[in-house]
Write a protein that binds this ligand. Structure first.
Ligand SMILES: [Zn+2]
Ligand SMILES: [Zn+2]
Length: 391
């Protein structure tokens, strides 16, 4: 049996070098041209069969074993964020206004580490590993773009695995759970149309402003009155636009926001209630309501069989007392789309080091993580993969 800890340690310098290079050259959603070409070159060098341009800038690569067996999908995301980095490290972003502030530079480097590790042991693999490097996770579009371009076909994976470095947990801890671990995310807007006019003669207008106010308050009842107390959801109205003057009653008011959920059925109830509540209140006030909905991601749901197997593998690398039960987060993650079609497991690797100041949250301009997490994550992910293709 392979000693994953030692193998991953041997790749430490290489994985850190990849991560720092990606960190210095961040590319945001669907612009991951440099990153994906480095990824593709490395995978070709390792002898994998590589396809580029999947989902615009995505890369799919297959490491074929020496006999038949299952296909395991390993997914990493490559995109950065439109944030000005405020760190002063030697590997700080070289591109103003762009930054790897979520750890996707680390995810890409880790998956390359896993590819290096298995390329060495190719003759021991029964089946194959399908590496998927996706663009545009931060806008929730990269996974669906790749799936549309056939990332889940020829061959179709039997299981999907992925991870997120997690800066709210200290280095050395591991977040694993069955069932939902991250929320689905949708956004919406409602436009209320009345009749605009002079604020001094409201009786000759149909003022949509108080109508919008009633709708905003009524939307607060969705979570408390329409969703089962056993389920969790968030409905937030975050944007409001009316007239630009003190003395004008606007013709229209638009309110907009986001909602989060851990079941697609809950998402559908929320959308239905937003439509019913806003239409009802608008109609009672002689206004009309028009809607826009955008369903960005669905919840990330771990398959109990896949996570039980992975957890056993993880115990050999991280003692069980450091396996934290991962409370579902209301953040979204488009790994959900791969895992919707292929049973999978998405886990969280603690990456913070408070003593070194490496504990800013994801998407913060000072986000950075302890790089000791990189070899550890290579070992964890590789050991979970090996359970399927080296058993
Ligand atoms: Zn993020
Ligand atoms: Zn992320």
């Amino acid at each position: 049996m392979i000693d994953f800890k030692n193998e991953a340690e041997a790749l430490r310098e290489k994985v850190i070098a990849f991560r720092r290079d990606f960190h210095q050259h961040p590319e945001i959603a669907f612009q991951e041209v440099r990153t994906s070409s480095i990824v593709a070159d490395e995978l070709r060098r390792l002898g994998l069969e590589v396809q580029t341009g999947i989902g615009k800038t995505g890369v799919v690569a297959i490491l074929e074993g020496n006999s038949d067996g299952p296909t395991v999908l390993v997914r990493a995301d490559m995109d950065a964020l439109p944030i000005q980095e405020e760190n002063q490290t030697e590997y700080v972003s070289q591109h103003p206004g762009k930054m790897h502030a979520c750890g996707h530079d680390g995810h890409t480097a880790i998956a390359l580490g896993v590819a290096n590790l298995f390329a060495k042991y190719r003759d021991h693999i029964k089946g194959r590993i399908k590496f998927v490097f996706q663009p545009a996770e931060e806008i929730g579009s990269g996974a669906t773009a790749m799936i549309k371009d056939g990332a889940l076909e020829n061959p179709r994976p039997d299981v999907s695995l992925g991870l997120h470095l997690w800066n709210t947990m200290p280095l050395g801890t591991l977040g694993v759970a069955d069932g939902p671990v991250m929320a689905g995310s949708s956004s919406f807007s409602v436009t209320i149309t009345g009749k605009g006019g002079h604020a001094a003669i409201p009786h000759e207008c149909i003022d949509p402003v108080p109508v919008a106010a009633q709708i905003i308050l009524a939307l607060q009842t969705i979570v408390s009155r329409s969703i089962s107390p056993q389920d969790n959801a968030v409905v937030s109205v975050t944007k409001l636009s009316a007239s630009d003057a003190y003395n004008i009653i606007p013709e229209q008011v638009t309110l907009a926001g986001t909602f989060r959920f851990f079941k697609v059925e809950v998402r559908d109830v929320i959308e239905k209630r937003i439509r019913e509540i806003a239409t009802g209140i608008a109609t009672a006030s002689n206004c009309t309501a028009d809607f826009w909905f955008h369903h960005a991601t669905i919840p990330v749901v771990n398959h109990p069989d896949v996570s039980a197997k992975a957890r056993e593998a993880f115990k050999k690398l991280v003692p069980q007392e450091l396996h934290v039960h991962q409370e579902p987060t209301t953040g979204g993650e488009d790994m959900a789309f791969f895992m919707h079609d292929v049973p999978g497991m998405f886990f969280f690797v603690g990456s913070a080091n408070a003593e070194r100041g490496l504990n800013y949250g994801h998407h913060h301009p000072k986000f950075d993580f302890d790089e000791d997490v990189l070899p550890l994550s290579v070992a964890l992910l590789a050991s979970a993969v090996a359970d399927y293709v080296m058993a």
